[in-house]
Design a protein around this ligand. Structure first.
Ligand code: SF4
Length: 330
């Protein structure tokens, strides 16, 4: 780990001010991902700004939904009665990730900023375009079982590791951020980036911007929402494929639907095309199968992850079926 200066922010304004003065600063809250990265020189900030004591932990009901402070812990969100009742797919997504100990300190803002667990990225022995732009991507012709099948580029085939993010994509969350130019809101769909030719950038945050909250709009049919995560072992493993789905059926026809996937792309992958196809159709397994085909239409599997295509189709079908039946534990 490289030596760095440590400062404790006293307010949001102070945190932003500190970040604007430093050349190479990073915020730290729970630290569950950043500290790991610091230890192996993946990140080498000159200054670390501790925002963990800021007043951003509240989870509040609003006229349009729920406002989750960026420093609310994963445990606090997953245990929150209104979230469990109205957005169960979010609670389940969180509970499917990491360990209880990590969830107790990891924050909502940090969850969105965690970086890929691509093994080549984490090991400085290898080249990696995300770590060092222009150096190459050994995963493309290497061991790529866990990597992307959708939205990848010739520069990077990594996947985003967050479970929470997949549920937030399906729920059309909004990320509230603050920087030197003021406060702005970023629709969740625009928060994370596809790799393109600049895989070193995971998000559309501007330098020095701090996430202050995540806003969940009211989605009444999210009560039947499902988070289905398929992985190599039952706990403490990243998704091979995951699906966040919520569906509203009336008179046997689909009125509303949300569908997002994890473990398949550089960002949580919402399929508006599949959602649009599903609306008005009968809620049958055949319809869900057709929707799954639409989601995976542009899939480009790598040498070792072709299985993800069929796995994703089956997971979509199953998640939509469970949600159409009223949801439940997955
Ligand atoms: Fe690096 Fe992305 Fe390639 Fe992994 S997939 S080695 S993160 S460029």
């Amino acid at each position: 780990m490289k030596n760095f200066a440590y400062v404790r922010a006293t307010s949001v304004e102070n945190a932003i001010h500190q970040a604007s003065r430093a050349q190479n600063a990073q915020f730290i809250a729970g630290g569950t991902n950043l500290v790991d990265r610091l230890k192996v020189f993946l990140d080498d900030p000159d200054q670390v700004i501790d925002v963990s004591r800021l007043d951003l932990k509240q989870i509040e009901s609003t006229p349009t939904g729920i406002r989750i402070g960026a420093l609310a812990t994963n445990t606090a969100v997953a245990d929150h009665p209104q979230i469990r009742r109205e957005y169960p797919l979010l609670a389940r997504a969180i509970l499917s990730g990491a360990s209880q100990q990590i969830r107790n300190v990891a924050t909502v803002g940090g969850n969105l900023l965690q970086r890929t667990r691509c093994p080549y990225y984490s090991d400085p022995v290898f080249a990696c375009n995300k770590r060092q732009p222009g150096s190459g991507c050994p995963a493309i012709n290497g061991v790529n079982r866990m990597h992307a099948i959708l939205g990848a580029s010739d520069h990077c085939v990594a996947v985003h590791p967050s479970d929470m993010g997949v549920a937030l994509a399906a729920l059309e969350a909004i990320v509230e951020v603050e920087g030197t130019t003021g406060r702005r809101q970023i629709p969740f769909h625009d928060f994370h980036r596809l790799p393109g030719d600049s895989p070193e950038r995971d998000t559309n945050l501007e330098p020095g911007e701090l996430i202050t909250a995540v806003l969940l709009p009211s989605v009444p049919f999210a009560k039947t929402g499902v988070y289905l995560k398929l992985r190599d072992r039952a706990s403490y493993a990243f998704a091979l494929v995951s699906v966040a789905a919520a569906i509203e059926v009336s008179g046997e026809r689909i009125q509303n639907v949300r569908l997002a996937l994890g473990g398949v792309a550089h960002k949580p992958w919402r399929s508006l095309a599949a959602e649009s196809f599903l609306k008005g159709k009968p809620a049958t397994v055949e319809t869900f199968q057709q929707a799954a085909e639409i989601v995976l239409q542009g899939a480009k599997p790598l040498t070792h992850n072709g299985f993800k295509v069929e796995m994703a189709k089956r997971a979509i079908k199953r998640a939509l079926t469970i949600s159409a039946q009223g949801g439940g534990i997955t």
